[in-house]
Design a protein around this ligand. Structure first.
Ligand SMILES: CC(C)(COP(=O)(O)OP(=O)(O)OC[C@H]1O[C@@H](n2cnc3c(N)ncnc32)[C@H](O)[C@@H]1OP(=O)(O)O)[C@@H](O)C(=O)NCCC(=O)NCCS
Length: 153
């Protein structure tokens, strides 16, 4: 996408006071959402937590855990009403830049095989499948595997 056509979203570190807005989005986009405690623990742990805003409204967020030179993307989310505007891709590009800033060499993430839009996004950004974690996620009919994907930074 031409830089001039980049969607008008801005990024800033997540604060505790963002959690009401985050928790308004999280349950509407995940069948098994993170709890408020998961986000506040991530902030307390010092993970790299980001929000993206459009016209002053919080429209997405991401949580990145750095372990030495490995980045683990624990959460990346865009509000349902805002899907399909290119903001998820921009947020992913942003956190990849953050991980590079920490001298990260690899970024890893887990994704449900049924999450076709996220899989398509990650593949189009150059992530490759590394392995499958059997029964990693809860699911309506038992458990669902996770695809572990990685990107060389
Ligand atoms: C995954 C998610 C972050 C993508 O955000 P988004 O802003 O809707 O995505 P974008 O508009 O930036 O699209 C980026 C790419 O994602 C893929 N994509 C997005 N929506 C898609 C859909 N409905 N079907 C198939 N692919 C899709 C495409 O590859 C798209 O690239 P393209 O527009 O060049 O074709 C968003 O759908 C989301 O928050 N989903 C719920 C939470 C979630 O599943 N997070 C990931 C957990 S692993």
């Amino acid at each position: 996408m031409n830089a001039l056509l980049k969607p008008a979203v801005t990024y800033r570190p997540m604060k505790k006071s963002d959690l009401d807005a985050v928790m308004a989005i999280e349950p509407e986009i995940y069948p098994y959402p993170w709890t408020r405690g998961n986000f506040s623990d991530s902030l307390k742990a010092g993970y790299s937590c980001w929000v993206c805003e459009h016209e002053g409204k919080l429209v997405g967020y991401a949580v990145l855990m750095m372990v030495l030179d490995e980045a683990h993307l624990l959460n990346i989310s865009i509000a349902r009403a805002c899907h399909g505007h290119g903001w998820g891709r921009c947020l992913l590009e942003h956190v990849i830049g953050v991980a590079r800033g920490y001298n990260g060499q690899m970024m890893f993430l887990e994704v449900r095989p049924s999450n076709k839009s996220a899989l398509a996004l990650y593949e189009s950004m150059g992530f490759n499948e590394f392995s499958v974690r059997k029964g990693y996620y809860p699911a309506a009919n038992g458990r669902e595997d996770a695809v572990l994907m990685g990107l060389a930074l």
